[in-house]
Design a protein around this ligand. Structure first.
Ligand SMILES: Cc1cc2nc3c(=O)[nH]c(=O)nc-3n(C[C@H](O)[C@H](O)[C@H](O)COP(=O)(O)OP(=O)(O)OC[C@H]3O[C@@H](n4cnc5c(N)ncnc54)[C@H](O)[C@@H]3O)c2cc1C
Length: 410
């Protein structure tokens, strides 16, 4: 009996467990999946909780519901992997041996990495929305917020869902307008980037949108410290931004056991071949999703496309064939630009987000880098697709490879 162990039962781990269980004969392959938390969370839904658009019950479901029959599920913290001897050590004392390992333990926020961030004001006037707890507490803080400086800040790149802080800023603008207090609130957006986003065309459009909505962009802002007593952000070059309410994207890091196991870089991301999705160090280890150090967005859509490639290459690997499936870094993200409106970007390792029609030329029906209601509805419909199709490993009507069809190149 061959043994496959999957570490992490979030988006990627659950998806690949479902796909591989359907393919690998149970008499020949034992599949085990490990996660530390009993619940599966739909993380894109965290964005909407602070504004009362979603409640926590809409983004949380019992994890076991999505683990397929025939896959052994263990709930425990992963302590360490020994890739030289093919052993995983769990906090509950279990040792798992494997023939193949898939690492899918994602990334988590690490507020303690920034001086002062996890200090006295944490969860008082400083909140994240990358955890269910943070998003829920922020909902209360926002509903009590009447006036002053609302600051949205990114500490460092990379972080998961690179558009999420922009979406938060746009939603905050809509939310405060609806409450009739927008003119009493200054919204600031600080980023270490030179502009609103990473690639030129999207940066221009999203930067203009921030300006149109009266959200002040503060670029090249690298946070050195959060001053809790004066409630201000301090950058390395000495600039300060005072806040009454701070929404922050702390440093994102891979799981601690990756570091303990000597499998990661200084951020605990696992060095991974960006095309084959195999570990660069160990042939029997594959890496799926945010845990990998590949140069594309850390996003659920990327996990979905990467899983299709990893699935193919995994099947080649166990047959001793060359890994010929190649991941192109495809990412596809709806961006909410306010309550009821959104835009869409589609890109990969080589092609930046471009305007045009998606998925079909001319008729779309989605429009890339254009703001409309359909793109907002697409974002909201994704929750259903996530719970019912994506993590169950079912077919999603979107191509794994990015297509140039419909994209405007000049
Ligand atoms: C606010 C927010 C908005 C987002 N919006 C979007 C969006 O609009 N579109 C999009 O495509 N993506 C979005 N994302 C990103 C998307 O949710 C992630 O990229 C995706 O879930 C990553 O999947 P993963 O399998 O790599 O990791 P995860 O889904 O995070 O799963 C990792 C799993 O590993 C487990 N784990 C970690 N360490 C251990 C350990 N030591 N022991 C045991 N288990 C462990 C965790 O409990 C977790 O279940 C958003 C994310 C956030 C936070």
């Amino acid at each position: 009996m061959k043994k496959l162990v999957i570490l992490g039962a979030g988006t990627g781990g659950t998806l690949i467990a479902n796909k591989l269980r359907k393919k690998l004969p149970s008499a020949q392959w034992q599949i085990t999946i490990v996660d530390k938390e009993p619940d599966h969370v739909y993380q894109p839904g965290f964005l909407f909780i602070p504004f009362g658009i979603y409640e926590s019950r809409q983004v949380v479901k019992p994890r076991k519901k999505f683990i397929p029959a025939g896959v052994q599920y263990i709930e425990s913290v992963i302590e360490k992997v020994n890739p030289a001897t093919n052993i995983v050590e769990l906090a509950n004392g279990t040792q798992l041996t494997y023939d193949y390992l898939i690492v899918a333990t994602g990334v988590d926020i690490a507020p303690y990495e920034t001086p002062g961030l996890a200090g006295a004001e944490w969860h008082k006037s400083i909140f994240d929305f990358y955890t269910l707890e943070g998003a829920t507490r922020l909902q209360t803080a926002l509903s009590n917020f009447k006036e002053g400086n609302l600051v949205i800040s990114i500490v460092e790149l990379p972080f998961k869902c690179p558009v999420a802080p922009l979406e938060f800023a746009f939603l905050a603008d809509s939310y405060l307008r609806k409450k009739g207090i927008r003119e009493k609130v200054n919204i600031f957006y600080t980023t270490p980037l030179p502009g609103a986003f990473t690639k030129p065309k999207a940066t221009k459009i999203l930067g203009e949108l921030l300006e149109k909505k009266g959200i002040q962009l503060i670029p090249d802002f690298n946070i050195e410290e959060v001053d809790n007593s004066d409630k201000k952000l301090v950058s390395y070059d000495g600039r300060t931004v005072p806040f009454d309410l701070l929404t922050i994207i702390p440093v994102n890091m891979g799981a601690e056991y990756i570091g303990r196991s000597g499998m990661g870089d200084d951020m605990n991301f696992v060095p991974t071949n960006k095309h084959t999705l195999q570990s660069v160090q160990w042939e029997n280890v594959f890496v799926l999703g945010d845990a990998a150090n590949i140069p594309t967005s850390k996003a659920g859509s990327v996990v979905h496309f990467a899983a299709e490639i990893l699935y193919e290459n995994f099947l080649y690997a166990i047959e001793g064939k060359p890994l010929t499936a190649s991941f192109d870094g495809h990412a596809n993200c709806f961006i909410v630009t306010g309550i009821g409106e959104g835009t869409l970007i589609d890109f990969n390792y080589d092609v930046e987000p471009l305007p045009g029609s998606f998925p079909l030329p001319v008729i779309g029906p989605m429009k890339l880098l254009k703001i409309n209601r359909l793109n907002y509805l697409g974002k909201m419909a994704f929750k259903w697709a996530y719970w019912n199709l994506l993590i169950k490993g079912r077919h999603m009507p979107i191509s794994t490879k990015m297509s140039m069809s419909g994209k405007e190149t000049d």
